[in-house]
Design a binder for this molecule. Structure first.
Ligand SMILES: [Zn+2]
Length: 288
C-alpha cells in the first residue's frame, strides 16, 4: 500500500477572480459551458464571467526534506498595480506555516517554479526595512534559463517586470548565496526530479515525484493556470511568454496523465489538490 503523501497547502489568497476575457484573451467562455457542472462554482463563475484561482504554496515533506513549492505574493510587498496583492498582512501565510508544524527555519528546499510575482513573494520577508531571506536554511532552486531571462530583462528595464518582484523577492536570496541553479532533469533524490515546463515562462520547471505503486505526481506551477485548460489546453493565458509552447507543455502533461495516470497539481487550483485526465476531461483529487 502506498503511504499517503505528507502534503499541505498554505493559502495566501482564495479566491482570486480574473475576468475570463482578461486571463484568456480571444477565448470564448461559452466553450466551457458543457462542463459547468465540474467547473462552476469553484473554478469558473459563468454568471460573472470570471476564472477563479487560489494563490498558494504546497509544502511537501518527503525523503526527510521539507520542500516549499512556490512562495505566493508575499507579505508587505508593494504591488499597487494589483490591489489584491498589495501590502498583504504577513501573518496570513506565516500562521498557516506554523499550523502545518513548520518554522521558516525548517524549510530545506524552496522551489520557485518560475519567477512571476505570485510565485516568489515569500522568498523574502521585511526585517528592519530590508528584504531578507524568509527561509535561512533553504536552498532556493531556480531554473538557470528562467533566472538568466529575468536577469537580462532587469538589466534592460530594472523594476519594470513582474511588479518589481525581482528586486524585493529574488535579488536578496541571490545576494545571500542561497540560490541553486537547476535545469530540466535535475535529480533531487527520493524519487524527485525537476521537469522543464516551458511556455508560460521561458524556464518554468515543475517537480515530479515518483512513488512505488502509485502514479507519478507533477507539481506543475502555471503549466495549468486553471482547471478550464484541461478542457481547452490551447487556451494560453495573457501571462504566458510563449502561448504555443505552453499549449504543447499542457498537452504533454494531459497525454501522460491519460496514458499513465500522471497526477497534475497546478499552482492555482482551488479546493481540490490536483487532477488526472481520462482523455475527455479531468477527474479531481482531494488527496494524493
Ligand atoms: Zn501564477
Amino acid at each position: 500500500m502506498t503511504t499517503p503523501l505528507d502534503l499541505q497547502r498554505i493559502i495566501e489568497i482564495d479566491r482570486f477572480a480574473l475576468p475570463a476575457s482578461f486571463l484568456f484573451p480571444d477565448c470564448d467562455l461559452e466553450a466551457l459551458r458543457p462542463h459547468a457542472a465540474v467547473l462552476d462554482p469553484h473554478h469558473v463563475d459563468f454568471a460573472a464571467g470570471t476564472i477563479l484561482l487560489g494563490v498558494q504554496s504546497m509544502v511537501l515533506c518527503h525523503g526527510g526534506l521539507n520542500i516549499l513549492i512556490d512562495t505566493c505574493v508575499g507579505g508587505c510587498k508593494e504591488r499597487p498595480a494589483r490591489p489584491e496583492w498589495h501590502q498583504i498582512a504577513p501573518r496570513i501565510y506565516l500562521d498557516q506555516l506554523a499550523a502545518a508544524g513548520l518554522r521558516a527555519e525548517d524549510i530545506d528546499i524552496v522551489l520557485c517554479t518560475h519567477l512571476h510575482a505570485d510565485h516568489v513573494g515569500w522568498n523574502t520577508r521585511l526585517e528592519n526595512g530590508r528584504w531578507v531571506p524568509t527561509f535561512p536554511n533553504a536552498r532556493y532552486l531556480i531554473s538557470g534559463i528562467e533566472l538568466d531571462h529575468w536577469l537580462t530583462q532587469e538589466g534592460i528595464a530594472p523594476g519594470k517586470h513582474n511588479h518589481g518582484a525581482f528586486a524585493d523577492s529574488v535579488q536578496p536570496v541571490l545576494e545571500a548565496g542561497l540560490v541553486e541553479r537547476v535545469e530540466d532533469g535535475a535529480d533531487l533524490g527520493h524519487g524527485m526530479t525537476l521537469l522543464g515546463l516551458p511556455g508560460h515562462s521561458p524556464g518554468q520547471v515543475g517537480l515530479e515525484l515518483q512513488r512505488q505503486g502509485a502514479p507519478d505526481i507533477c507539481f506543475c506551477g502555471d503549466g495549468f493556470h486553471s482547471l478550464a485548460q484541461a478542457y481547452q489546453p490551447d487556451w494560453h493565458s495573457r501571462f504566458c511568454a510563449d502561448g504555443a509552447r505552453s499549449s504543447l507543455t499542457r498537452r504533454g502533461l494531459l497525454d501522460r496523465s491519460a496514458r499513465d495516470g500522471l497526477v497534475i497539481v497546478p499552482s492555482h487550483i482551488r479546493r481540490d489538490i490536483g487532477f488526472t485526465f481520462d482523455g475527455a476531461g479531468p477527474r479531481l483529487l482531494q488527496t494524493l
